[in-house]
Design a protein around this ligand. Structure first.
Ligand SMILES: Cc1cc2nc3c(=O)[nH]c(=O)nc-3n(C[C@H](O)[C@H](O)[C@H](O)COP(=O)(O)OP(=O)(O)OC[C@H]3O[C@@H](n4cnc5c(N)ncnc54)[C@H](O)[C@@H]3O)c2cc1C
Length: 437
């Protein structure tokens, strides 16, 4: 155990923590970043395929209006390329009745637009919307079973939990935070799935860590944070005393840190309610993207699962071929209990049913069961159940003494996305800069 003094100590070397460190370092502040894992990037993780090619196990896409991550990546020299979309999608055709019901989702936009961006819990109808689940809202309006199933698929794809676990207000906050449900949250072109990073999204964190150098300390989980006249952060390899602390870890794992004095009731209650969803992201590798020559885009939409959505996730030059799919919400919860080999067989059979027998000839199968990751515990990010935003939303970004909060969950714009993570780190850094150090 070594000891160190710094002006600011940052817990977590994901996009949020590293962005905070980068801003503070630029301002001449002496920082230390303490990370539990033996790598940086948190919920972004590159899997190397050889020949310098990668697929991402965690977050990967960026889209229009995600200016925080786009500017950062450009400054670091990380380019983007468009998600592959040419060709025909596969999946069931929806009936006119189902399509008629699905149009009702557009009502959400006008509701979301009434929310004050920085304080959505203060909206006139916030309590009414926070008193019901999204499931209740949806089933009140939609009678068609296929429309409900398709809405549930969309909810799983965006929130990774079933609609019965989400406050209606939370769904509206998300829409407001991203700008729109259609196209921002849902679409590829013109939406959050539009582009990918050349070399993989984890490069952004790796390059920030390279810039920051030895002030990033890996393999050192923070166990306690004590604050009085200064902040004392104890981790496995390093003991740091600093004037301020930024906690940039997912809310799901903040409880693993012992705070003295104990966190105020509102902050503690908020954290307890911020549960993450469940997702298994699966990249299946083939010699070539065989579906392209058959006129298919690689995109499948199937509410019956086990993998509900797929994309062509091949590297920029199309070699090797990669079909990537998500098992989300209840499907992820079901699959995680299966042995890996059974899960793999089920997924390849599902792909073969939709893309033909060549889908069985995988050369590799790579998955990220994020629920099992001890320093993440679920993904993509945390969601709030009924009652939580209106009771505790004000505590989301409010510092507790000398401790400030970052992480994608605390973002104003693009909450739970990589862009939100960067925004949150930069916001926490500016809070610290405005405080007397
Ligand atoms: C499968 C998947 C797909 C996704 N897809 C997209 C996408 O396409 N586009 C998009 O924008 N976003 C996507 N996301 C979300 C995006 O990856 C995250 O919002 C973002 O990376 C979160 O960054 P963060 O810095 O807030 O948190 P994290 O990345 O979780 O970083 C927090 C860090 O804190 C560390 N830590 C935790 N506890 C401690 C402790 N006690 N002591 C020290 N360190 C600790 C963790 O190890 C981690 O490195 C996806 C996420 C997943 C998992």
């Amino acid at each position: 155990m070594s000891t160190r003094d710094a002006q600011v100590v940052i817990v977590g070397a994901g996009l949020a923590g590293l962005s905070a460190a980068r801003e503070l370092t630029k301002a001449g502040i002496d920082v230390v970043v303490v990370e539990a894992r033996d790598r940086v990037g948190g919920r972004t993780l590159n899997h190397h395929l050889g020949d310098g090619k990668v697929v991402e196990v965690g977050g990967q896409w960026v889209g229009p209006t995600q200016d925080h991550i786009a500017t950062l990546a450009a400054e670091l020299g990380v380019d983007t390329f468009p998600t592959y979309t040419a060709g025909r999608d596969v999946g069931e055709e929806l009936s006119a009745e189902a399509l008629g019901d699905l149009v009702k989702l557009s009502e959400l936009q006008a509701m979301a637009d009434t929310l004050p961006l920085e304080a959505p819990w203060t909206a006139d109808l916030a309590h009414e919307w926070d008193a019901q689940t999204f499931y209740t809202w949806m089933t009140d309006r939609m009678k068609d079973a296929d429309a409900r199933a398709m809405t549930e698929l969309m909810v799983g794809a965006i929130f990774t939990v079933p609609s019965a676990e989400l406050s209606l207000l939370h769904v509206l906050v998300f829409i407001r935070s991203a700008g729109s449900l259609f196209p921002m949250l849902t679409d590829v072109e013109g939406g959050a799935q539009q582009d990918r990073f050349v070399g993989g999204s984890q490069r952004v964190s790796e390059l920030m860590a390279e810039e920051l150098g030895e002030c990033v300390v890996l393999s050192s989980p923070v166990r306690s944070i004590d604050q009085k006249d200064d902040v004392h952060v104890v981790s496995d390899r390093l003991d740091v005393r600093a004037r301020r602390c930024i906690v940039a870890v997912p809310p799901t794992v903040i409880d693993r840190i012992a705070f003295t004095p104990a966190l105020p009731a509102t902050r503690a209650q908020l954290q307890r309610r911020m549960a993450a969803g469940s997702v298994i992201k699966i990249n299946v590798i083939y010699d070539e993207p065989f579906w392209r020559s058959e006129g298919l885009s690689g995109r499948l939409v199937d509410p019956h699962g086990p993998v509900t959505i797929t994309f062509d996730n091949s590297p920029p030059d199309g070699s090797p071929g990669v079909l990537m799919g998500f098992a989300e919400a209840d499907e992820a919860r079901r699959l995680i209990r299966m042995p890996l080999e059974d899960r793999k067989r089920l997924v390849l059979e599902h792909f073969a049913n939709h893309f033909g027998p060549k889908a069985r000839d995988a050369i590799d199968y790579i998955e990220g069961p994020w629920d099992e990751e001890e320093w993440t515990r679920g993904c993509y990010g945390a969601n709030l159940p009924p009652g939580a935003w209106t009771a505790y939303g004000a505590a989301m970004r409010e510092p507790v003494g000398l401790v400030h909060w970052a992480s994608a969950e605390t973002a104003v714009r693009w909450m739970n996305y990589m862009d939100g993570a960067v925004e949150s780190g930069q916001r926490a850094a500016s809070e610290v800069l405005q405080a007397t150090l």
